[in-house]
Design a protein around this ligand. Structure first.
Ligand code: URA
Length: 238
């Protein structure tokens, strides 16, 4: 979003608007490497680099965390060398740079958090917090009691035992089964690997809750801002 250069400098905490105008007149401010001394210049801080005395000026970011209902086919990265759509392309927050908290596979749908609050992200992802992730999983075939019990207890995956999983059957279809799986680990492709290990490959995977925060009726591809109560739910364990 475009705004007046002196207003931007003030918003970024460099100085008052009047003082910022003086700095501009003094030739201390540059936009994309070029000194700007003209008054009334407009800039787009998201796209242009603004420096004051040679140092980059960043606007103070307000902290924002959102819950996205990720569609299948979107990568959980800021950009993709293969040109596939990214989850960040679904976020329309001018001036804010939200990054994904953890990841979901390309074909996994559902609850994904994005934030610009590095501390919160670290807190959420820290293994010691053991925040539950709840998935609805459709697998091929009909896994039996013993196979599911082995996943409930934990199995060896890549040389490390998985933490116990909570699993319950939701539906039995013709040749597939849908289950609810709750784990608090975030190992790469963990749910897919768990079910591959008992020979019931995952056909569809959707994360429906992160901690106590549920997707609810949020449409696919849409997101909502989280308030303090949501963050409390997120970090709460049930
Ligand atoms: N487990 C998986 O296998 N994939 C995901 O995207 C999330 C959890």
């Amino acid at each position: 979003m475009k705004e007046r250069l002196h207003k931007f400098l003030a918003r970024a905490g460099i100085a008052s608007r009047r003082k910022a105008e003086e700095y501009i007149a003094q030739g201390r401010v540059a936009v994309d490497g070029k000194t700007v001394q003209k008054m009334g210049e407009t800039v787009d801080p998201a796209l242009q680099e603004i420096t004051f005395d040679g140092r980059p000026v960043k606007p103070p970011q307000k902290k924002l965390t959102v819950l996205l209902n990720k569609p299948a086919g979107y990568v959980t990265t800021m950009s993709d060398p293969q040109g596939r759509p990214t989850v960040t392309s679904l976020i329309d927050e001018p001036d804010l740079r939200l990054f994904p908290v953890g990841r979901l596979d390309l074909d996994t749908e559902g609850a994904l958090l994005l934030t610009n609050d590095g501390e919160l992200a670290q807190n959420i992802l820290h293994p010691s917090r053991q925040i539950n992730r709840t998935y609805h999983v459709t697998v091929k075939g009909h896994p039996g009691r013993e196979a599911l019990d082995s996943l409930r207890r934990g199995i060896m995956l890549e040389g490390r035992r998985t933490w116990p999983a909570r699993i319950r059957k939701l539906r039995r279809q013709n040749d597939t089964t849908t289950l609810e799986v709750i784990i608090h680990e975030g190992r790469k492709r963990q749910v897919r690997k768990l079910f591959a290990a008992i020979n019931h490959p995952v056909l569809r995977l959707k994360r429906i809750a992160y901690g106590g925060l549920r997707l609810g009726s949020l449409p696919v591809g849409r997101y909502r801002h989280l308030g303090p109560e949501d963050l409390h739910l997120l970090l709460r364990q049930d």
